[in-house]
Design a binder for this molecule. Structure first.
Ligand code: F6P
Length: 363
């Protein structure tokens, strides 16, 4: 079948690079295949009720390569197969997938490119099973999809955190303080590990390696014994103490996520202050890690993913996700791609290199 009208949506939490993908998809689809490209607003939400769309002409995508966020908008609330609403304080779940499918048909979309994380791509796969021609593009700053070498948005987040650590190093040294910086990453420690390593953090705490405060204190004292009167701790939001639990900031009712993590950095800082281990301050970088323009690596990855997704559409390779495998573009079935989360290997060479250069993991 020849695809004439192509839809694209961005779903889930945003990250740097989404606009670069939108630009690549529109430019390639129009110039190479003469397709009409239709942008859907706010993820799958834009396909429920009255459809909300925007025509993505070459003019419309000008200047998007380096612009942060997504011009289409995104949402992590609109799972059409389990749409959550709060009615009279209670969570009510309805299946609105028929509405989405009807809207896709009414918009005469021959195919749909879905840019999102595991949740958004899981929805895409269910739509594919219902007969919609879907191609997925993986996105998340957490870098936790095993099917791809790296997800876009991740290295931009690592750059942002690294720069923050660089800045914290100088103020920590001036005041002889312990500085705790908390990163995002959900249940994976990639951002904390790679930015902690690049920024020269002394202690890195990640979900994959449970820590104890005794070992954290030991590492601070070891530095003091060497005349280093300041310490940087880089902690992933999902890190947890040995035998303990992750710190949950919020139980989420109206979204596909069930909990929102965050607060471990502040807890560690409070404990170190209260126990008089050291004067300590904490910084949680939060959504700063997802905002702003993408780094060069991510921009080029987005251009490759976007164009490759369009070629997959043109070749009728539906139900597939575009990935980077051994640093080349590849396709894997969406259901396989979202089935496996990639965690940091505690025995892997990244962790080993960190340990070999004196980093403590608090274990
Ligand atoms: O999955 C991306 C991510 O940024 C996580 O690292 C973080 O836990 C979560 O999303 C935050 O979600 P929200 O934007 O809903 O607060």
């Amino acid at each position: 079948m020849t695809v004439k009208r192509l839809g694209i949506l961005t779903g889930g939490g945003d990250c740097a690079g989404l606009n670069s993908v939108i630009r690549a998809v529109a430019k390639c689809a129009i110039s190479r295949y003469g397709m009409t490209v239709v942008g859907i607003r706010d993820g799958f939400e834009g396909l429920m009720g009255e459809p909300r769309t925007v025509s993505l002409t070459t003019y419309m995508v000008k200047g998007l390569l380096y612009r942060g966020g997504t011009i289409l908008g995104s949402s992590n609330k609109g799972d059409p197969f389990a749409y959550k609403r709060i009615i009279d304080g209670k969570v009510v779940i309805t299946d609105r997938s028929d509405e989405v499918i009807e809207n896709i048909r009414n918009l005469e979309l021959d195919a749909l490119i879905v840019v999102g994380g595991d949740g958004t791509n899981a929805i895409a796969y269910r739509l594919f099973q219902r007969g919609i021609n879907v191609v997925g593009v993986p996105k998340t700053i957490d870098n936790d999809l095993a099917a791809t070498d790296v997800t876009f948005g991740y290295y931009t987040a690592v750059e942002i955190v690294t720069e923050a650590i660089d800045r914290l190093q100088t103020t920590a040294e001036s005041h002889h303080r312990v500085m705790v910086v908390e990163t995002m990453g959900r249940n994976a420690g990639w951002i904390a590990l790679e930015s902690g390593l690049a920024g020269g953090a002394d202690i890195i705490l990640i979900p994959e390696i449970p820590f104890t405060m005794e070992k954290v204190v030991e590492a601070i004292r070891e530095r003091e014994a060497m005349g280093r009167r300041f310490t940087i701790i880089c902690v992933a939001e999902g890190a947890k103490p040995s035998g303990g639990n992750q710190v949950i900031r919020e139980i989420v009712k109206d979204s596909a996520e069930t909990v929102r993590l965050g607060g471990i950095g502040e807890q560690i800082a409070t404990w170190l202050n209260e126990e008089k281990v050291a004067e300590c301050r904490s910084t949680a970088l939060g959504h700063i890690q997802r905002g702003g323009s993408a780094c060069a690596f991510d921009r080029n990855l987005c251009t490759r993913l976007g164009t490759h997704a369009v070629h997959a559409v043109a070749e009728g390779k539906f139900g597939q996700m575009v990935v980077l495998k051994n640093w080349k573009m590849d396709l894997v079935p969406i259901h396989e791609a979202i089935a496996k989360i990639r965690h940091v290997d505690p025995e892997g060479d990244l962790v080993r290199s960190a340990r070999d250069t004196g980093v403590s993991f608090g274990d």
